[in-house]
Design a binder for this molecule. Structure first.
Ligand code: ADP
Length: 452
């Protein structure tokens, strides 16, 4: 490949520019009017403005992105995450314009993008899933029957859901009827698709996901797990690898199941198979994400494998040179998502100008961010301004390093989630690895907001 268009913004666009430059590949940034000053635009070899600030008028405009790709004569498009990354129509458009979409095929995106179909697909391959409805449920009576069968509490989820949205929990028949209608309405509004399915609500689980890499010649590997249990409102805040809960035996079992799921989907490129794991170590597939994830750096730091480069190689038709038995998990890595939000005001977004910026460094610290002193965070996009990753030979060292790096990080002019991360890093339960998806809620209810 000679030139790649990056159909994204922010830290992930910069991450892709960096990988391309190391591979000797030229980059084309596309950007909205609000992102002229963004670092990915400044560091890419070429840049084309594709529209006004709002995402739906720029980064989501497939035809403008394809036109930019044709004008600049690129070989491929890297979609990053979010925006068009899991849009099957866009992947199809790329294919019909003879531009390689760096990701799986449109049909795989479509199949795994429908969470109910994804569940059925992997179930057939023998991968355990959360007990629930067979596919979407269309009437309240049918949904209620499923809820009773799988047992309360249950969760009602949008088949087109993502980003932690479109989920409602019900504890009995009465609340079920109400939540079912709310879920359908919310799903229709958020995703333009009101279809929902029902599954058992696993109590206090861990969210453990496996990184998959697959080439176009049938080789599928897993790069171990990431523990993403530290979530607020079903959105990840802190991720780490390996999971403090997973022993080599469980890793082997879950890794095999993840590969089976990818095989069943006919998967190619990088992807993530997500599971919920209960206290006993039983695991259940919840969904597969057909793109690079925000939290991919923890896997990179643990395995020393550059996932973006591997994505580009696989998209070029190359064979994966790695072997499963040679993939080692020799370090511990942790990532904190740094958002421009005010944790003491219920995480309200805090866009604005950063007047002083100093990023931490030193041994075992990585910062993936597109911001700098004087940069203005626009209000139009998500509030993530960077990812702080710390790693070391074991969990304790990685956590001590993260603590040190969080204390060094200076971002003045806007509120950030740094104080919140500091408070969690000091919490004994977190340090002992006692984490489930309810951790953040419990932590907040027992902590004073003065802490953050
Ligand atoms: P999204 O695609 O919106 O990220 P997921 O299906 O990946 O949705 O679920 C996001 C989070 O929601 C999970 O990590 C978990 O915390 C919670 N969740 C989803 N399904 C269940 C379930 N059946 N039981 C308990 N928690 C769940």
């Amino acid at each position: 490949m000679q030139k790649i268009l990056i159909a994204n913004r922010g830290e992930i666009a910069l991450r892709i520019v960096r990988a391309c430059h190391e591979l000797g590949i030229k980059t084309l940034a596309v950007y909205s009017e609000a992102d002229v000053e963004s670092l990915h635009v400044q560091l890419a070899d070429e840049a084309i403005c594709i529209g006004p600030a709002r995402g739906d008028e720029s980064y989501l405009k497939a035809d403008r992105i394809i036109s930019a790709a044709e004008i600049a004569d690129v070989d491929a498009i890297h979609p990053g995450y979010g925006f068009l990354a899991e849009n099957a129509d866009f992947a199809e458009q790329c294919a019909s314009s003879n531009i390689k979409f760096i990701g799986p095929s449109a049909s795989v995106i479509r199949q795994m993008g429908d969470k109910a179909i994804a569940k059925t697909t992997v179930e057939k391959a023998g991968v355990p899933t959360v007990p629930g409805s067979k596919g979407p449920v269309s009437t309240e009576a049918e949904a209620l029957k499923t809820a009773k069968k799988v047992g309360y509490p249950v969760i009602i989820k949008a088949v087109a859901g993502g980003g932690g949205r479109g989920m409602r929990i019900a504890h009995n028949d009465v609340s079920f009827a109400k939540e079912f209608h709310i879920a359908r309405h919310e799903a229709e509004k958020a995703f333009g698709n009101g279809a929902v399915y029902v599954e058992h609500y696993v109590q206090n689980p861990r969210h453990i996901e496996f990184q998959i890499l697959a080439d176009s010649h049938g080789k599928i590997l897993h790069l171990g797990e990431r523990d993403c249990s530290i979530q607020r409102r079903h959105q990840k805040l802190i991720e780490e690898a390996p999971s403090p809960f997973v022993n080599p035996d469980l890793r082997k079992k879950m890794g095999r199941a993840a590969i089976k799921a990818a095989e069943a989907a006919g998967y190619e490129n990088a992807g993530t198979v997500e599971f919920l794991v209960n206290e006993k170590g039983d695991f259940f597939f919840i969904e597969m994400n057909t793109r690079i994830q925000v939290e991919h750096p923890v896997t990179e730091e643990v395995t020393d494998i550059d996932l973006i480069k591997r994505q580009i190689e696989v998209a070029s038709g190359e064979h994966l040179q790695l072997e499963q038995k040679n993939i080692r998990f020799s370090r511990h890595a942790i990532e904190c998502r740094i958002n421009a939000e005010d944790p003491s005001r219920n995480f309200a977004p805090s866009p604005g100008t950063i007047d002083l910026y100093y990023a931490p460094g030193g041994h075992g610290v990585r910062v993936d961010s597109h911001v700098y002193g004087g940069y203005t965070i626009p209000p139009y996009y998500d509030s993530m301004i960077g990812k702080l990753i710390a790693y070391g030979s074991d969990r304790r060292i990685a956590l001590d390093r993260m603590n040190r790096a969080l204390n060094e990080y200076i971002i003045r002019g806007v509120k950030t989630t740094i104080p919140f991360h500091r408070a969690i890093l000091r919490d004994p339960s977190f340090r002992e690895g006692k984490i489930t998806t309810s951790y953040v809620q419990e932590f907040m209810s027992r902590s004073s907001s003065d802490l953050f």
